[in-house]
Design a protein around this ligand. Structure first.
Ligand code: F6R
Length: 599
């Protein structure tokens, strides 16, 4: 978590560009922010504040500072409350540092440093970096020697950027397990957690690798690897992506991103499409494996659950694992099993750790990832890129549906490309999504009706619609802060049905698939206990279920391949409208960050 930007130019003032860059990084955390510049005398000046980057903008407008070199940070708190004192940069007389990640041995280092006379001001793990660097300077090291001496003493994951007083021509960086990318402009340089931060200024980028130390001057970077050997890392040209950062006419990025789903699912499918034979072709996918293990977190994990149902239909035994659990379990790689990692950001710490675990045991990997150039993209043996474009809203929407599209296409590819009927189903999905997005009145009414003061809600479904129900419950929780739980519909009577009363909204996913009658029975059980049923079904199911419904939403007819995508959208719309009615922070819900780079 946390977003870092460092800018070095030959002249001018980098403050406002650093604040703007932090705003683009705010998806990584937004509970406090700060920046340091080296002023005309080469001295460190700093501003910090609790709250979002907009608070830092106010502060630097009221109390301006100026310099051509600086570092800045937007924080998602791990160690220490989100107050100004814990905000980055952490600074001593000679060094200022921003850090993303966790220094696991900070307590031991802190005690040694305190014994050596250092005084700590914050509760963070990050502050030890400053003091250890300061200690190195005290011992007579130059800034680059100080970095080379201090960094190997840190255990854990980190991306660190530092400036040193009296050294206005360099930014210093170190990387292990947290992303950091160098941006090369004309006579200027950037260091950031995500290339998005410097996208308006630089299109050439270098992704630093684990163990790298980098020294950046205006227009040049020198890198050494973990053995201290100078290395050259590849320069990549970044795709134009700045337009995606504009909300356009939408009130929230989430609204924009939900609305983009017909387009981005179509682009994703197009990238796997053989127009001559009208089948799926995935040049970057490995051949059909005997077995698949899927690893992911959060929404991406739910995409994996849906994917499991498709791969099993294709005859491939599949298991889905929560990455944070998987990484600590015994694992026995076998050459028949492919490990499939799903991630929007490609930077989720647990998913990356699971990938490294699998690789360490000799396993093969395929990643489905949205961010090109991300750690997961670079580390996996094979990658399928989703075409969602940058997703700024913290709650995942278009990333999820493009993951689903990719998994659906993959299941057909591993069956030989899919026959016309199935590929036709995929092609028809974007049009259906547009149709669903055009109808918003029911969600507005529900938000201002039974969800207005609801304390809790249930979501139920069976098979793939259970996975979609889980995603619907997560969307409602994270956006509206209403407690929500998803249950496999058949599980309800094993305990949770005790929750049902006339105040409880229950969202039931009931497409007319092979399990429709089973779900219909569960719906009747809830209706018999006065639960307030919001039923999602299609024209065929509507007459059977109408009488049980508080609200019945009729969706297009679906097939096993199209259902998960089409039934996801009403749940996104519901969560969005409930959050709107409750006045919560839709694009940046409390306590969250878009990219979870700590475990
Ligand atoms: C919820 C959400 C998260 C992410 C999860 C994994 O809306 O976005 O649950 O899905 O943190 O992130 P990625 O996909 O980037 O690995």
């Amino acid at each position: 978590m946390c977003g870092i930007i460092g800018i070095i130019r030959q002249s001018g003032n980098v403050t406002s560009d650093m604040v703007a860059a932090l705003q683009r990084l705010e998806y990584r955390g937004y509970d406090s922010a700060g920046l340091s510049v080296l002023n005309a005398d080469g001295q460190i000046e700093r501003r910090r504040t609790s709250g979002k980057v907009s608070a830092l903008l106010d502060l630097t407008t009221k109390h301006p500072l100026s310099g051509p070199v600086g570092i800045a940070h937007t924080r998602w708190a791990t160690h220490g409350k989100p107050v100004e004192q814990n905000a980055h940069p952490h600074t001593s007389a000679s060094v200022s540092v921003v850090h993303n990640g966790i220094i696991e041995n900070y307590m031991a280092l802190k005690q040694t440093l305190i014994a050596a006379g250092h005084r700590f001001d914050s509760e963070t793990d990050s502050e030890v970096i400053v003091h250890l660097l300061e200690e190195a300077l005290r011992q007579g090291h130059t800034p680059s020697q100080a970095m080379a001496w201090a960094v190997p003493q840190f255990h854990g994951a980190f991306a660190i950027v530092a400036v040193f007083a009296g050294d206005p021509h360099h930014l210093y960086a170190a990387v292990k397990g947290s992303p950091l990318v160098v941006g090369l402009g004309e006579g200027e340089g950037y260091l950031a957690s995500d290339a998005l931060a410097f996208a308006p200024y630089a299109t050439r980028a270098i992704y630093l690798q684990d163990g790298d130390l980098a020294i950046l001057s205006a227009g040049h970077v020198s890198i050494t690897d973990d053995t201290g050997t100078p290395v050259t890392r590849p320069i990549v040209i970044l795709p134009p992506s700045v337009a995606a950062l504009d909300r356009g006419p939408y009130r929230h990025f989430m609204a924009k991103e939900m609305d983009e789903q017909p387009i981005v699912t179509a682009s994703t499918l197009r990238s796997f499409w053989d127009p001559v034979h009208e089948t799926v072709i995935m040049e970057d996918a490995p051949p059909r494996p005997r077995r698949v293990d899927i690893m992911a977190c959060g929404t991406s994990y739910f995409a994996g659950m849906v994917g499991q149902t498709w791969l099993e239909r294709a005859g491939i035994p599949t298991q889905v694992h929560i990455a944070s659990e998987f990484r600590y379990r015994p694992y026995f790689a076998d050459s028949d099993t492919l490990s499939l990692f799903i991630s929007q950001s490609g930077e989720t710490a647990d998913t990356l750790a699971a990938l490294k675990y699998v690789h360490g045991q000799g396993g093969r990997s395929l990643a489905i990832v949205n961010v090109a150039g991300s750690s997961l993209h670079r580390l996996a043996h094979h990658t399928l890129l989703t075409k969602a474009g940058p997703e700024i809203g913290v709650a995942s929407t278009k990333a999820f549906t493009t993951q689903l599209m990719t998994l659906a296409a993959l299941s057909l590819f591993w069956q030989g490309g899919g026959h016309a009927e199935e590929t036709g189903e995929l092609v028809s999905i974007p049009g259906h999504l547009r149709h669903v997005l055009n109808v918003t009145a029911p969600y507005h009414d529900l938000a201002h009706g039974i969800f207005r003061h609801a304390q809790s809600a249930l979501f139920i479904g069976r098979g793939p619609s259970y996975a979609v129900a889980l995603e619907g419950a997560l969307k409602l929780k994270e956006l509206s802060y209403i407690h929500a739980e998803a249950l496999a519909a058949g599980e309800l009577k094993h305990g949770s049905i005790a929750l049902v009363d006339e105040h409880l909204p229950v969202v039931a996913l009931a497409p007319t698939d092979a399990l429709f009658e089973k779900t219909a029975s569960n719906i009747e059980e809830i209706a018999a206990r006065q639960g307030q049923l919001i039923i999602l079904t299609d024209r065929q199911g509507a007459p059977r279920l109408q009488r049980f419904a508080h609200t019945l939403i009729t969706l297009p007819e679906t097939t096993p391949l199209s259902m998960p995508l089409i039934y996801t959208l009403p749940l996104q719309l519901l969560a969005y409208h409930v959050a709107l009615a409750r006045g919560t922070d839709i694009d940046q819900p409390r306590n969250l960050a878009k990219s979870v780079t700590v475990e």
